[in-house]
Design a protein around this ligand. Sequence first.
Ligand SMILES: Nc1ncnc2c1ncn2[C@@H]1O[C@H](COP(=O)(O)OP(=O)(O)O)[C@@H](O)[C@H]1O
Ligand SMILES: [Mg+2]
Length: 317
Amino acid sequence: MSTVAVLQGGRSLERQVSLKSGARVEDALQRLGHTAVAIDVGADLVARLTDVAPDAVFVALHGRDGEDGTIQELLEVLGLRYTGSGVAACIRSWDKVLTKHLLREHGIPTPDFHAFSETAFRELGAAQALPAIERQLSFPLVVKPAAQGSALGIKFARAAADVPAAIVSAFSYDRKVLLERYVPGRDLAVSVVEREDGEPVALPVVEAVAEGRDFYDFEARYEIGRTRFVCPAELPEGVAERTQELAVQVYRALGCAGFARVDLMLREDGELFVLEANSVPGLTETSLLPQAADAAGISFDALVERILAIALERAAA
Ligand SMILES: Nc1ncnc2c1ncn2[C@@H]1O[C@H](COP(=O)(O)OP(=O)(O)O)[C@@H](O)[C@H]1O
Ligand SMILES: [Mg+2]
């Protein structure tokens, strides 16, 4: 049995969700007979880790630090084994712009886009290129910060007049923004978990269904209770398999390890488009990965045990 430090909380906007994920992971580890030590990530992180000297670290930290490779870099330096993706894969999946370029290079469909830094607007007059971008992407278009999670900072622009405010809003989350073609259709997510032999396997597809809202009413859509999750998603023949294959391709293209979640859109005509990948997806009662695992007959405890075993094996290899 192992001593496992469970990293959670931290300073990100997803702190509360992470605390829930962490608490649930701790409970599971204890039921499995391990010793779980909770660490709320802050300035004393390195001291705490040195003190606890865990056999492995379970990264249940969402958003900044936990998903952008920062924590992973520290854990590498400290020579500690940890769950999930390594530094490079975290960097690649945290930055949606980088992700989308990599997807394109691998021939994986992702909505058309253009991305700019704040300095391009401030010092290079990028705003003057907006009409050309709007012509290419057409309306409605989606404006989002390059890095962030949980739909924070994402706006739909219905017309040119909506774009500047949407960009300003996205810049409050990141120094780079992404303008993306809107994909009308269904919101799907596929979690990928490695088998004990290291082979990534896609779990059943989850669909997020907005309840009685028009698709522009984005904020309402992500309020608790306004979105219903269906797992396995009810999809036309062959679509689930295609979605799962695509998710595994994304997982490999980004070099993920252990587990990850891939978000996609199924366009009305049946075409699939990958939006992004999450290197530390939510692990709460209502999160998509545990729901999908459950639908595949994998209990939460079994999921945690597997994720931990992969981390321990990878280190041994
Ligand atoms: N190009 C797009 N077309 C249609 N809907 C989108 C598009 N981009 C994002 N969305 C909607 O916004 C949600 C969040 O977007 P996503 O890119 O997954 O960012 P994050 O989950 O990191 O906030 C998606 O699940 C989808 O509902
Ligand atoms: Mg998403």
